[in-house]
Design a protein around this ligand. Structure first.
Ligand code: UGY
Ligand code: MN
Length: 245
């Protein structure tokens, strides 16, 4: 018996806090040598899917059912797009538009966040392009002028992209300057450090390794606690009119 049934995990209609003690690993079609933790999907009420893929050396992902974003958490992945080969190490990432022929194979035991979303096309827009990058080459922007809270936008800020994935790094003691309530939903993976997350009318202690889903309009606020910066990877749907235009 473990912890007598206690966990920090919590599921409410407008949010999920999923802590590592509650992760269940499942196989997904097409993937081999990969354990998948499915954090979010339509079953939860989310309009995207977010998975942590845990690769054995040589393990590979199956084809993507939609546009795909990969952020490497540990180890090394070989990404082949057509004839081009890329090596993605920790904090390396890639965005693959719908239908991009590619393969992802682990060169060592590895772990990656995989975010997939059906693309929302708009008339007269160029299709989004493949992006391969490393977080360290993306410049930091202070959120609303607060130097203690730095944001890196991993995808181009252009209408062709219908979602954003950012990292947010909080110095110890830094916090969002207000409670946010907004139309976008979020998938959030705590990468480093921890603090207190307000979700709806609840306040939760959160730590590296935790996942959070926030529904549209879920009230949200975070304050970083501890002696090291708190950092998370955060997805949001982006740049689309609520009526779908
Ligand atoms: O981009 C965002 O909406 C971000 N500031 N939200 C969050 O950190 N919960
Ligand atoms: Mn937000």
């Amino acid at each position: 018996m473990q912890h007598l049934g206690a966990t920090r995990s919590s599921l409410k209609p407008d949010h999920l806090l999923q802590t590592p003690d509650t992760f269940v690993r499942i196989p997904l079609p097409g993937a081999s040598g990969v354990d998948c933790i499915v954090h979010a999907g339509p079953q939860l009420g989310a309009n995207f899917s977010q998975i942590t893929a845990e690769f054995s050396a040589g393990g590979s992902l199956g084809s993507a059912p939609a546009q795909r974003f990969i952020y490497v958490l540990a180890g090394e992945l070989g990404l082949t797009i057509g004839e081009k080969k890329h090596l993605l190490g920790p904090a390396g990432y890639a965005y693959l538009p719908t239908g991009t022929p590619h393969s992802v194979t682990a060169l060592s035991a590895a772990k990656a966040a995989v975010i997939e979303k059906r693309y929302h096309p708009l008339p007269n827009l160029p299709a989004p392009a493949v992006v391969v990058g490393h977080e360290s080459s993306v410049s930091e922007v202070a959120l609303m002028g607060d130097n203690a809270l730095q944001v890196r936008s991993l995808l181009p800020d252009a209408d062709a992209y219908d979602f954003a994935v950012n990292t947010m790094t909080y110095d110890p003691g830094a916090a969002l300057s207000r409670v946010e309530i907004h139309v976008m939903e979020h998938g959030l993976l705590m990468l480093e450090g921890g603090g207190i997350y307000r979700l709806g009318d609840s306040w939760y202690p959160v730590d590296a390794g935790d996942f959070i889903w926030m529904a549209p309009y879920c009230p949200q606020w975070f304050g970083a606690l501890g002696k090291i910066p708190a950092k998370y990877l955060i997805y949001k749907d982006w740049r689309r009119h609520p009526l779908g235009a």
